[in-house]
Design a binder for this molecule. Structure first.
Ligand code: GLN
Ligand code: ZN
Length: 766
């Protein structure tokens, strides 16, 4: 039995890569210094994995930005618009990589970045490869070879990792003339052969091909291409041992295809799909020689492995296949988990005993191997005992379990998830109560988080500013924002969210059941890392969270102040969620806590309340057949949070940066009185879905993109709304920007919103 790892976090224990990259981008350090940081991270990671006793250790899992982008460089899939950087500027590969990821705007060049999108259902984002008809490939960047040789010199038993040719094509997009990117396979494969040849010559013989697309729905043709491709690789390189890695889901109906691939080892994600072990063990696979990698340690969560249940899976495989055909591994690359739990000095030890980060997960892999070896040593057996105790303590701990919360969730009724009256009835009452003009203007919630505001918070956290002083500063900022909004003539005001660091963290910090790490960073894209809260226990709201700020803001104006909350699905989606109960259960608990806040806001006189759900689409399962199940509870959770109020209280929601076409029905089921959405980048095209579906409630399609400091003109915003008016009636429309303004500066924000208010006036005059 062997152990291996599919990939290790590359950001460094203290986000060294982020810091070095950003310094390099701003010209503060030289390329060789950045390269030095990268090299130290790689060496450090290899050492950790070696010390953990991992047999096959990945290399080329390091990336300056993204592994799919690395694969573009490896195969010379470099879009035309970057070619001048190569010919005229002889740009080096790292700068080229950054140019492709971030765009290149210097010295008269103005080259746009490549598109970025979510990596399956994780919060990691990859760069989308661009393919053109008849495109040629070449073995362009030799990073995979140099990293292999580097590992070898360090005496690491290294296994190069790359994205397999089919997933690489499938993850990309066609540009220009219409064609099928899979037609490029014949051009692409020779480059993979060159890569393999050179790896072979360098001494590598175990190579990990990541083919995550094997867990998504594939056409018959695509399946055939998988078989053909891997057969041709085998024919060319009979002695190379290929580890085929799919993860995040079951292979499902692709399993028979997977079993036809002439590879050395097949990896199974047994965390996301434990049942596929039985599936594979009931096939002819049992009589083959192919090895099986059992991904039993969750690579994308932070919970300690339950050795007992992992050992059950391993034992089952041992009985059918024998130990010699088995490998033990994390379920997927550890890229998606934080680096090292030992860096957490402030975590409650009662809670940290339930956790494992990347480094600890590797230890778990090694221990599981020893425990399945037939004659485990005393140390391993002792660890098994401790593991059982700690897992058992999670089932009963009063830190986690709160009978009152559980009872409340079990008593949720359909009535709790429905407003008192239908939208038509509510609408009449709201129109009477709120007295808003047509085309009411509003913003999405946050106003600029200036350096000043962030400094106050930093000082307050370090206790350099007292609570009352911090309060006073924030209230002054709110007052300025409210006065300015009144002067400018906005209709529904916001307080500006100055007190919030992050829209999930702010609520998590005030809710029971959440804990925060100091160093639990995970790469989101490029140098951007996130530190998701950990939901470890039953969630409830010990006391009101936003009422004081909102009531203060409302007290400053006669106009309506919009209360501003993050929705239950988004809070769930952007956290590490406990794995000892269904996600829906945790989501309902959060929903009840938000509901309490909504009701308290209403009591305090706040009559318009926005519950943001930008992440609702991100939660969709990878396989479409599982969508209805998720959408059912996600929509219900939102409705629970929104339905505790009277008919004349207006509930808003906000969503951004995603496609809505295929879930428009479910968005309508959320039954928010008003939805504000991002639309300006698609020039209102997104609205077609709302129009076609006859979305019944009110909509605020964003009239300007908040991602750039550019101030939109009145007439372009009027034109956008006129476009919206082609498909939606005027009395259904609100006027607002695409999203929150926290990343913007005040000067452009003020200028843009003034124009927006003028645009609304112009429209009302029409
Ligand atoms: N209310 C939040 C804000 O304005 C919404 C942010 C978001 O959609 N991501 O910042
Ligand atoms: Zn948004």
């Amino acid at each position: 039995m062997l152990t291996h790892n599919l990939g290790y976090p590359r950001i460094g224990n203290h986000r060294e890569l982020k810091k070095a990259s950003e310094q390099y981008w701003s010209g503060k350090i030289q390329l060789h210094q950045l390269e030095q940081t990268a090299k130290s991270i790689r060496e450090f990671n290899w050492k950790i994995q070696k010390e953990a006793g991992i047999y096959w250790i990945p290399c080329n899992d390091f990336s300056y930005y993204d592994m799919v982008l690395d694969n573009c460089l490896m195969t010379g899939a470099i879009p035309e618009r970057y070619h001048s950087l190569l010919t005229e500027k002889q740009i080096n590969n790292i700068d080229l990589l950054f140019a492709m990821a971030r765009g290149y705007q210097h010295e008269g060049y103005d080259i746009t970045a490549m598109e970025m999108t979510k990596w399956f259902d994780t919060n990691y984002h990859y760069i989308v490869p661009e393919f053109t008809k008849g495109q040629k490939f070449s073995f362009f960047s030799k990073k995979i070879i140099s990293e292999y040789l580097e590992a070898k010199r360090k005496d690491i038993r290294a296994k190069p990792v790359l994205i397999g040719p089919l997933s690489f094509l499938l993850l990309g997009k066609e540009k220009g003339t219409t064609f099928n990117r899979l037609d490029l396979l014949d051009n692409l494969l020779p480059v993979y052969f060159e890569v393999l040849k050179e790896l072979d010559e360098s001494g590598a013989y175990f190579i990990q091909f990541d083919e995550p697309c094997l867990v998504s729905a594939l056409t018959k043709l695509e399946r055939e291409l998988f078989v053909k491709t891997y057969k041709s690789i085998k024919a060319k390189f009979p002695h190379l041992q290929i580890i085929l890695a799919g993860y995040f889901e079951c292979y499902g109906d692709n399993l028979s295809t997977v079993l036809q691939l002439p590879v050395h080892t097949i990896h199974l994600d047994l965390v996301r799909c434990p049942s596929q072990l039985d599936d594979i063990l009931s096939t002819d696979f049992v009589h083959s020689k192919t090895q099986l990698s059992l991904g039993v340690v969750d690579g994308r969560n932070i919970w300690k492995n339950d050795f007992t249940s992992s050992l059950q899976l391993i034992q089952k495989a041992v009985q059918k296949l024998g130990r010699d055909r088995l490998w033990i591994a994390p379920s997927c690359s550890l890229l998606h988990s934080p680096c090292d739990l030992d860096l957490e000095m402030k975590l409650d030890s009662g809670i940290s005993q339930w956790l494992a980060f990347a480094k600890q997960k590797l230890d778990e892999v090694s221990i599981l191997k020893e425990l399945s070896s037939g004659e485990p040593g005393e140390v391993a057996l002792d660890l098994l005992r401790k593991n059982r105790e700690s897992i058992a303590s999670r089932q009963t701990s009063s830190l986690i379990h709160n009978p009152e919360v559980k009872k409340r969730v079990s008593e949720i009724t359909e009535t709790d998830a429905s407003r008192k009256s239908s939208f038509d009835v509510r609408r009449k009452k709201q129109t009477d109560a709120l007295q808003l003009p047509v085309f009411p203007t509003t913003t999405i919630g946050s106003f600029p988080q200036t350096t000043e505001v962030r400094n106050w918070r930093a000082k307050w956290k370090k206790k350099e500013i007292s609570d009352p002083e911090y309060d006073r500063l924030l209230k002054e900022e709110i007052k300025k924002a409210v006065e300015w909004q009144e002067e400018t003539g906005l209709d529904v005001l916001v307080h500006g969210e100055f007190e919030r660091n992050d829209m999930v963290e702010y609520f998590g910090e005030q809710l029971a059941g959440f804990v925060f790490t100091e160093n639990g960073w995970v790469q989101s894209y490029g140098s951007r890392c996130v530190k998701p809260p950990i939901i470890y226990g039953d969630v409830y709201r010990p006391k009101p969270m936003t009422v004081e700020w909102s009531s203060y803001a409302q007290s400053l104006t006669k106009k309506w102040m919009k209360g501003m909350l993050t929705g239950p699905v988004t809070i769930l989606q952007w956290s590490f969620v406990r794995n000892d109960q269904p996600r829906s259960e945790t989501c309902y608990q959060i929903a009840l806590a938000i509901r309490d806040e909504v009701v308290d806001l209403e009591k305090a006189g706040i009559r318009i309340i926005q519950i943001d759900e930008p992440a609702i689409r991100e939660g969709l399962p990878l396989r479409k057949e599982n969508w209805p199940g998720y959408l059912q509870w996600a929509v219900k959770a939102f409705r629970i949070s929104a339905s505790g109020v009277q008919d004349d209280t207006q509930i808003h929601t906000h969503m951004c940066y995603s496609e809505f076409n295929d879930i428009i029905e479910n968005i309508a089921e959320m039954d928010a009185d008003v939805i504000t959405i991002e639309t300006s980048r698609s020039q209102m095209e997104l609205l077609d879905a709302f129009a076609e579906f006859k979305y019944p409630n009110e909509i605020g399609p964003g009239v300007y993109d908040i991602h750039s400091p550019r101030v939109p003109t009145r007439s372009e915003m009027v034109k956008l709304i006129e476009k919206a008016l082609l498909v939606l009636p005027a009395n259904q429309l609100w006027i607002n920007p695409d999203c929150g303004l926290k990343t913007r500066g005040w000067s452009e924000t003020m200028a843009a919103l003034k124009e927006m208010v003028e645009a609304a006036k112009e429209l009302r005059g029409l």
